[in-house]
Design a protein around this ligand. Structure first.
Ligand SMILES: C[S@@+](CC[C@H](N)C(=O)[O-])C[C@H]1O[C@@H](n2cnc3c(N)ncnc32)[C@H](O)[C@@H]1O
Length: 209
């Protein structure tokens, strides 16, 4: 069944990528955190809520060979696949699934790096947040990494017409639990395509056991 949220996101992706409020031409901050991980080029990288992000192009340019892009919106994934096919000779795995009620993502194992930019903050219900963090526990391997970049406590209260839950490092750490060690964090104010300031907190954690 196609949910209202699914329609909401598919409608957003009818716009040109450059017109999306979260569009970044070069995902510098995320790549900085990816480079802080000790990863082989064939590491399994799962980008959740990827949309049509240029991060996938950047990971391919960094020569990573095992990239999975997830999104709720099948339109976003279609557009992403088409762009990647045109611009890179590369086979990308795309998984349409709901992070708050996964039925495909939870079958993945041994993820070396989980990357989320701007998705977790849409999950307002505790049950949705629990599903998201349970999925991390399920799929990220021992010594694997987790990058989460979300709206900080100073951030906007809405994005794409939806209410948000905002975060700081402590809240993220509490949700991940003591088995995840904070490796690096910084604040970054993203300037969106319309000139608006959007303060984010960027975090990199490593799973211990
Ligand atoms: C603000 S956009 C960020 C997209 C991308 N990460 C980026 O940085 O360009 C949020 C994305 O999360 C996706 N999304 C929203 N709810 C989701 C869910 N429950 N499961 C998977 N993806 C979801 C949306 O379709 C959208 O592509």
């Amino acid at each position: 069944m196609i949910s209202n949220l699914n329609n909401h996101w598919n409608t957003a992706y009818n716009n040109e990528d450059e017109q999306l409020g979260w569009f970044e031409a070069i995902p510098l901050q995320t790549i900085e955190l990816v480079n802080a991980c000790d990863l082989q080029k064939d590491a399994t990288i799962l980008n959740v809520g990827a949309g049509t992000t240029t991060l996938i192009d950047a990971l391919i340019e960094e020569k990573f060979t095992n990239i999975i892009a997830n999104d709720l919106s099948e339109l976003a994934l279609q557009k992403l696949k088409q762009r990647i096919k045109k611009s890179h000779n590369y086979n990308l795995t795309c998984i349409q699934d709901d992070l708050t009620n996964p039925d495909k993502l939870n079958k993945i194992q041994n993820v070396d790096l989980w990357i989320d930019r701007a998705v977790l903050h849409f999950f307002l219900k505790e049950k949705e947040q629990r599903s998201y963090f349970n999925l991390i526990q399920k799929v990220v391997r021992k010594k694997g990494y987790v990058i989460i970049a979300v709206f900080s406590l100073e951030g906007a209260q809405k994005c794409c017409g939806l209410d948000l839950k905002r975060y700081n490092v402590e809240i993220l750490q509490n949700n991940l639990g003591p088995n995840f060690t904070l490796i690096k964090t910084f604040n970054h104010t993203f300037i969106n395509p319309f000139g608006g300031e959007r303060p984010y907190v960027y975090t990199l954690f490593q799973r211990q056991l």
